[in-house]
Design a protein around this ligand. Structure first.
Ligand code: HEC
Ligand code: HEC
Length: 470
């Protein structure tokens, strides 16, 4: 993997010199409230092959690099200041430098230019440089209520796991056991990267709770930055547009072009080494291979959830009661709780699938499901914890379910999972070894063997392939 820094650097230079001008120009043509790639998977329905989107009229007609305001962008230089450029630069200022009279944080405090996130290593370096870095105040400090110390001492959690304390409002059907008066809980979550997401994902936040980039930014400014001045709609629009056009928000040229044209969806890299090619088999949209004995359930095992151009949605081969294009699943991260986060007891009421006593699995009164979890994820937003129905096989897209992560550029954005519990890609794949031993075991503790058992070679192959994704 020696070659990667070189490749990344070359791509970075390429982006900056050629694309700033083009992207700025495109920004002028794109209405920020209309996300160009919004919901393309919904159109996909049950079709296996990712659909090519029709070209958006305004952009396609003139090609990607279309000069605006009658001025030709010059590669390598900022184009002459026109309204579109001014908006771009103002968006950049709002994202990188504006504190809104708050605790000193900006978006860049947590979404760095290089990786779109912050790792524990980054946090440690920043702490060495400046122990008063605003990363360590408020919900970045050790205070469990997220009220923060900002004294440069209570930084253990940030230095160790780089997680942020997120306050989540409970759905009306959810309460903490014994404390119905508490309507908001605190969970510890990693910072998802802003690479690729603002342009190519309309599911925002790890639990999908924010409807738009503007609403998301307002939440961040109010909660993370503790703003003391009001924020205008225009400022929110400019932040959104900046995140959809700035070169640092794309993992590769190919992905940027896809975002702007809706065409040429990036495919799976072929792989050069034998190991990379074997790793690729896990990501192909194929059913299990029954032509061999015993059947091979490993092929396509990762693609079942990491399918589509951004590798973040289910395909038709996931053997669960969810349609292709589903964006949430549980992969047992909260269940294993390797991060060792505090576990809370929840009561979910009005559960549709707990009404029949014959199917009432947890021994509680009808319609009530009790669960313990460090972070139930999507279920806190939808109020549903009964996703083991329709049974079998269940849908598993609510309780402890999180947004299926996109995987392009993944080698750069460690640590992984919603609680940052996997430090490296090797840790991720070891997690999936344990995951598949449980979910692919036909008879639980019975004599039948799990269908998917990842061995050491599989694990190396998968990691080798993941490192190719850009
Ligand atoms: C204190 C650190 C912090 C700051 C400051 C911050 N964010 Fe975030 N950001 C997070 C965390 C943590 C999440 C995920 C939280 C969750 O899902 O509950 C997130 C999520 C996001 C997402 C959604 C990512 C996804 O995969 O769905 C976007 C977009 C985003 N932030 C943009 C911004 C913008 C714009 C700003 C500035 C206005 C900002 N953030 C400020 C920590 C931060
Ligand atoms: C059942 C659906 C499902 C399957 C199968 C699946 N994933 Fe995932 N993947 C997810 C979900 C959901 C997340 C986010 C989980 C969380 O944070 O709790 C995720 C997260 C990840 C992440 C971390 C991304 C990040 O930015 O934190 C990687 C890497 C990953 N998966 C790779 C794989 C590989 C490799 C395989 C096959 C061995 C695989 N996945 C199989 C659903 C799935």
């Amino acid at each position: 993997m020696q070659r990667r820094p070189g490749v990344l650097f070359a791509r970075g230079v390429c982006f900056v010199s050629v694309f700033v001008a083009a992207l700025v120009t495109l920004a002028a043509h794109t209405d920020s409230t209309k996300r160009t790639n919004r919901g393309w998977w919904q159109a996909r329905g049950r079709i296996a092959v990712p659909m090519r989107r029709p070209a958006p009229t305004s952009v396609a007609a003139s090609g990607v690099i279309s000069p605006s305001d009658g001025q030709s962008p010059q590669p390598g230089l900022l184009p002459p200041i026109g309204p579109a450029v001014r908006d771009f630069l103002e968006g950049q200022r709002l994202f990188e430098r504006e504190t809104f009279g708050g605790n000193g944080r900006t978006c860049l405090t947590c979404h760095s230019r290089e990786t779109g996130t912050v790792s524990p290593q980054d946090a440690r370096l920043r702490f060495q440089k400046d122990r008063n870095d605003p990363l360590f105040v408020h919900d970045g400090s050790d205070d469990d209520d997220g009220d923060g110390f900002g004294d440069g001492r209570h930084v253990t959690r940030m230095l160790k796991s780089a997680t942020i304390l997120m306050r989540i409002r409970l759905h009306d059907d959810v309460e903490l056991k014994g404390h119905p008066e508490i309507r908001e809980i605190t969970v510890r979550r990693g910072i998802p990267t802003t690479i690729n997401t603002p342009s190519l994902d309309d599911v925002l936040m790890l639990d999908g709770r924010q409807p738009t980039l503007q609403a998301q930014a307002l939440g961040a400014i109010t909660d993370h930055a503790q703003a003391t001045r009001s924020v205008t709609q225009r400022e929110l629009d400019l932040i959104a547009k900046f995140q959809q056009t700035g070169p640092q928000f794309f993992s590769s040229l190919e992905v940027a072009l896809f975002a702007f044209t809706g065409q040429h969806a990036p495919g799976l890299p072929r792989g050069r080494t034998a190991s990379e090619k074997r790793g690729r088999l896990f990501f192909e949209d194929v059913p299990p291979d029954f032509s061999v004995t015993p059947p091979n359930f490993k092929v396509g095992a990762c693609a079942a959830c990491h399918s589509g151009p951004m590798m973040n949605q289910t395909n038709q081969f996931l053997p669960l009661a969810v349609p292709p294009g589903t964006r949430f699943q549980s992969v047992l991260v909260s269940e294993f709780n390797d991060a060792g986060n505090p576990v809370m007891d929840f009561v979910f009421r009005n559960q549709k699938h707990d009404l029949d006593p014959a199917t009432n699995q947890d021994g509680t009164p009808d319609g009530i499901i009790e669960v313990s979890s460090p972070d139930p994820g999507r279920a806190l937003i939808t109020g549903q914890a009964d996703d083991f129905f329709p049974f079998p096989p269940g849908s598993f897209d609510q309780l402890n379910a999180f947004k299926i992560s996109p995987l392009r550029g993944i080698a750069r954005t460690a640590p992984y999972f919603h609680d940052n519990s996997a430090r490296t890609l090797e840790d991720v794949v070891e997690h999936y070894r344990r995951f598949f031993l449980i979910v692919s075991d036909p008879d639980g503790p019975g004599p039948a063997e799990p269908l998917i058992q990842l061995n050491d070679q599989d694990k190396k192959d998968i990691v080798a392939f993941l490192k190719l994704l850009d």
